[in-house]
Design a protein around this ligand. Sequence first.
Ligand code: ARG
Length: 456
Amino acid sequence: MPMWGSRFDKSTDELVQRLNASLPFDKRLYADDITASIVWSSGLEKAGVLTRQEAQSIKDGLETIRAEFDASKFNFHVNDEDIHTAVERRLVEIVGPVGVKLHTGRNRNDQVATDFRLWVMRACNRLRNHIGTLQKALLESAETNMNTVMPGYTHLQPAQPITWGHWALSHFWPLDRDQQRITQTHARAAILPLGSGALAGSAFDINRNDLADSLGFNAVSQNSLDAVSDRDFAADFLFSAAMIGIHLSRLSEQLILFTSAEFEFVELDDAYATGSSLLPQKKNPDTLELTRGKSGRLIGNLTGLLATLKGLPSAYDKDLQEDKEPLFDADDTVELALQVMSGVVSTMQLRPEKMAARIVPTLFSTDLADYLVERNVPFREAHEIVGKVVRHAEERGMSIDELSLTELQTFSTYFTKNVIEVFDVKTALMRRTLEGGTAPNALLQQLRLARSSISQ
Ligand code: ARG
């Protein structure tokens, strides 16, 4: 008989039991359930509900159960509906009737909300580490190749010269924002619902702030109805995971392009590439394609939960049991993707010579326009002049730096002999010295900030 079965004459239909059961997935909360229960038993003892010995034997029993789970030796029972009932059932088996006293003043509604928040808080800590590792890999790549010149693209069209260091850090900062988001997600999860009971609060004299301190929460919830149904923290977590997924997907896409024969800027390490069953010459970036693909399910997990939450009437509804699987899946997915991406980035080989070969004179068109601006030509006009120069060179099958000075001067008399200096890549890079620019000095400053950001 389930723990709530006394008012029922019949047992539930087997299919209903299957529908109702969350154990297959929520067993993942066992450690958090046990930790929260140990703290709750201390609260009950302080409130005079449990004697010292009773609380102690409950705690010992819970630690035994934790050890059973840790060793994968916990035996589930057919009637175990979810992780909370399974732990309680086992507790009574181990410590006898005193075990049922643990549930005094508590309900699975505030219990599951507490366990889930604890789980999210731990998941946030793990995520921060995994993101940090990838950030380090990108930072190292940027430092090693800070002077490696490559074309920068907009609309996937070659635009202006940049450095690999600048490019690599362009994927560092989105992860920095992810770190901030995860920190905020952790803070929002760290509000304790325990003590809210089923919906109206607990009738026993429990010090909720003590519970919060012992469990590492920052504060206690202020409304019991809200507390048992608030899953904003879960949605926050899923949004953070989806956003990381999107960042990894964009990085993947870029590296897929860079590893292609059309670019050849990057070669993946054998450990992070796969072969084709048909085409022996192929080295496929499946790793990156999967990372890109998995961002789809991360977005799906978020939208799924939001749809579940929408329109739920006040306090706990069983729909809320649907909150866990998307987070577990998101956590597994994003942790794996982050680790694999760290491996990809730290082992890939760059091909600076291939990048350098793509630094064609048209990439200096803006510099050519700037050259005129420095001689007092308004930028719009300069832009038009250079546009004409580019077309003229194209029509003659030449590159713009091959045009003679006399030819250039037919477009503007402001062109003089030193115009040829515009086509020097170092000069072009050096000109972009503002914060956030690709110039070596600006990049050094950026690297310093990036380094200090991950060491915090
Ligand atoms: N397994 C349930 C969940 O995950 C636990 C809460 C059950 N509460 C209830 N009133 N039936 O949401």
